[in-house]
Design a protein around this ligand. Structure first.
Ligand code: SF4
Length: 233
């Protein structure tokens, strides 16, 4: 396949790694995962700290296109993850991937609302997983970011745009309790979100940003209110 490259930074090693195959990370599709270096958050429980702090990765966009060229017809989609993929100029990259015929899913924390908007409006993103880290009162503590309003802007935009997307939250019971999740569901509902709310439990690893261990507190799932459909992952 002859691919015309549009990006100006093809040779930057912005990609930390590529997972060649997953059937779990893109609903209904066989996909690969592209892990982008860097992040504009510092979530306490983040176990991708090596990716978050990486100044340079192992692969360039050129490498990715070479990899994908050999997967045409074998994979349906590409998951852009990280780190935070919207730290990078994804528009040219997404155009190239779409030209090759793949669907694209974006995993994002929602801070770069302008880029998410551009990607959606250009029609180069097929599905988005948006992380809702915490309500404003805890957002800074959990993520190290003061940009809660950027997340809200992205959320509101996605709701208004009819884009296919999901909202998901990672739960470490020492950081988020059922009453926090109830507030977050009410917040989502108040903006018009009526989809499934995915909750995922903190996975204990030896390596996370705040060296968090297994929660000391219990998380009582029975205290969750019936506001949105909840699916645990
Ligand atoms: S968990 Fe937080 S710090 Fe880690 S990659 Fe995601 S947004 Fe960045």
């Amino acid at each position: 396949m002859n691919i015309v490259k549009e990006s100006s930074s093809l040779n930057d090693k912005k990609i930390f790694d590529i997972t060649p195959f997953t059937h779990l990370d893109y609903p209904g599709k066989l996909a690969c995962i592209v892990w982008f270096c860097g992040c504009n958050m510092r979530c306490m429980y983040c176990y991708n700290s090596d990716i978050v702090f990486a100044k340079e990765g192992n692969y360039t966009e050129e490498d990715l296109y070479g990899f994908l060229d050999k997967r045409v017809g074998l994979l349906d989609g590409v998951v852009l993850s990280g780190g935070e993929p919207t730290m990078h100029d994804l528009l040219p990259l997404c155009r190239e991937i779409k030209k090759m015929g793949f669907s694209i899913k974006l995993d994002t924390n929602g801070l770069n609302s302008d880029l998410v908007k551009s990607l959606v409006e250009e029609g180069v993103i097929d599905y988005i997983a948006l992380d809702f880290k915490a309500m404003n009162g805890k957002f800074g503590y959990v993520t190290g970011s003061s940009k809660y309003q950027n997340f809200v802007k992205t959320l509101k935009f996605l709701i208004s745009s009819q884009t296919e997307f999901e909202v998901r939250t990672t739960i470490h019971a020492d950081l988020l309790q059922p009453q926090d999740i109830n507030l977050m569901m009410k917040e989502l509902k108040s903006y018009g979100y009526d989809g499934t709310y995915y909750l995922q439990k903190f996975i204990e690893t030896k390596n996370n940003i705040a060296n968090m261990e297994k929660p000391e507190k219990e998380f009582d799932e029975n205290a969750l209110e019936d506001i949105l459909e909840i699916v645990w992952r």
